[in-house]
Write a protein that binds this ligand. Structure first.
Ligand code: INI
Length: 156
C-alpha cells in the first residue's frame, strides 16, 4: 500500500439531493433501472424527499432536461436512466451518440456529476440482462457512480 494522500468518494448519500431522468421509451426495462437506482440511494442514506424522478420521452431528450436541472442547483447529482435497443435502421446510432455526447457535455459545462445509466444494446435480451438479472442492474451502477463522483468533487 502506497502511503500517499488519497481522495476518494465514500458511498454516503445522506443529505444529498438526486434527480433521476428516465425515458418512457422501453419503460418495461427503464422501470427496473429506476427501481435499482432508488433502492441503492435509499440503502446508502438518501431520504425519499431528496430524490426526484423526471420522465422524458426518449434518450434523445435527456441532455436538455439534465442541463436545466443542473443549472437550477436543485440536484447534487443527476442519474440518467434509459434503454436504446438496436432496430433495423441507423436510428439507434444517432440516438446513442447524441444522448451520450449531450450528457457528457452537460456534466462538464455545469460541474454536476451525471450517472450514465443508458443501456445501448443490440437486442432486448441484452437489455433485460442489464436491468436486474444476469448482468446486474445498470441503474444501481449509475447511481453508485454518480454518488461516488459527487463525493469526490465535494473534496476538491
Ligand atoms: N429512444 C430511446 O430511449 N430508446 C430507443 O430504443 C429509441 N429508439 O430505438 O428509437 C429511442 N428513440 C426515441 C428518441 O430518443 C426520441 O425520443 C425521438 O426521436 C423523439 O425526439
Amino acid at each position: 500500500m502506497l502511503h500517499i494522500q488519497t481522495i476518494e468518494g465514500h458511498l454516503q448519500a445522506k443529505d444529498h439531493t438526486f434527480t433521476l431522468i428516465a425515458s418512457r421509451f422501453n419503460d418495461f426495462i427503464v422501470d427496473r433501472l429506476i427501481g435499482g437506482a432508488v433502492d441503492f440511494l435509499i440503502r446508502h442514506g438518501a431520504s425519499r424527499e431528496n430524490i426526484t424522478l423526471i420522465r422524458v420521452p426518449g434518450a434523445f431528450e435527456m441532455p436538455i432536461v439534465a442541463r436545466k436541472v443542473a443549472l437550477s442547483g436543485k440536484a447534487d447529482a443527476i442519474i440518467c436512466l434509459g434503454a436504446v435497443i438496436r432496430g433495423a435502421t441507423p436510428h439507434f446510432d444517432y440516438v446513442c451518440s447524441e444522448a451520450t455526447k449531450g450528457m457528457a457535455h452537460v456534466s462538464l459545462e455545469t460541474g454536476v456529476p451525471i450517472g450514465f445509466g443508458l443501456l445501448t444494446t443490440d437486442n432486448l435480451e441484452q437489455a433485460i440482462e442489464r436491468a436486474g438479472s444476469k448482468a446486474g442492474n445498470k441503474g444501481v451502477d449509475a447511481a453508485a457512480a454518480a454518488l461516488e463522483t459527487l463525493r469526490v468533487l465535494h473534496q476538491l
